[in-house]
Ligand binder design. Structure first.
Ligand code: ZN
Length: 282
């Protein structure tokens, strides 16, 4: 999404303020982004959508929206594929009304198909929903998220392929998911560098990405996400080298904290990032 600078905020309403004060509270603690969680239900109430839009804009909070978990673009069941595309369209309508420019969603599961086939079906479905979004004049982009389980469609390569093949698609890069999907692959700076280089090579730029970040514990097998942890838990991945690279590459990102202590860790991430900015003298 178009961003004037790198911004930080939580995945969902802050934990330390009542909902009515969510946006002014985020501003008060120095944050400037939020990902609205429509993961179980898509808001339809025009009054609520208008209120979010007004509050977010008044407090300079840039919004993305997380679409429902119940999306599987590669389901063997045609009815479920159709319902998944409808959920993306409804998410796009809600996002447009609340002023969220980016819609994060989990593409689905391989569902017995080969990864190539599942990806092809997903891209075909997405192209039809993108046409509908254009026809309705909705001001949004779609963000297939890198997913955390090996059974899920959504490797880094797959979400980049979606972005290469389709208009209005900019992936959501979830580093915790990338980390555990492949058995804990982010151990330091070089691993982040490799990921950023791949994204830049395929998309042409690192700007405008929506990022999910949290430390994360893998399942017993070492592959796949078990649960999120606070920054500094020791589970990793470590935010520090990423913040350093963000400054070196001068990126403009929307960085969403998915830590269990949402906005509190968002403030930490912002502080780490700003300490590198200051070191650079910027
Ligand atoms: Zn997600």
């Amino acid at each position: 999404m178009k961003l004037d600078r790198t911004r930080f905020g939580p995945a969902g309403y802050p934990i330390d303020a009542p909902k009515e004060k969510a946006f002014s509270y985020l501003k008060e603690i120095g944050l400037d982004a939020m990902e609205y969680q429509a993961v179980r239900a898509i808001p339809k109430n025009e009054k609520l959508l208008g209120w979010i839009k007004e509050e977010a804009s008044e407090n300079d909070i840039a919004l993305s929206l997380h679409a429902p978990y119940a999306i599987n673009l590669a389901s063997a069941d045609g009815g479920k594929r159709k319902a998944s595309l409808e959920r993306i369209l409804k998410s796009a309508i809600a996002a447009d009304r609340m002023g969220a420019k980016h819609i994060t969603f989990h593409p689905g599961y391989y569902s017995g198909l080969s990864p190539d086939e599942a990806l092809k079906i997903a891209i075909k479905g997405l192209s039809s929903v993108i046409q509908e979004i254009k026809d309705q004049g909705l001001d949004v982009e779609l963000g297939p998220e890198t997913t955390g389980k090996p059974s899920q469609l959504g490797s880094l390569d797959e979400v980049l392929k979606m972005a290469e093949d389709l208009d209005m698609v900019v992936p959501t890069i979830d580093f915790a998911h990338i980390h555990v999907r492949d058995g804990g692959i982010i151990k330091g700076r070089e691993d982040y560098e490799r990921i950023l280089e791949e994204i830049e090579r395929r998309l042409g730029s690192l700007d405008g990405l929506v990022i999910h970040f949290t430390e994360v514990e893998a399942t017993k097998t070492g592959y796949g996400e078990k649960m999120h942890h606070e920054l500094g838990s020791g589970y990793g991945p470590d935010f520090d080298p990423l913040a350093q690279l963000m400054v070196e590459h001068d990126v403009k990102w929307l960085v969403i904290s998915e830590s269990p202590i949402l906005e509190r860790d968002s403030v930490k991430m912002k502080n780490i990032y700003e300490s590198y900015l200051r070191n650079r003298g910027g």
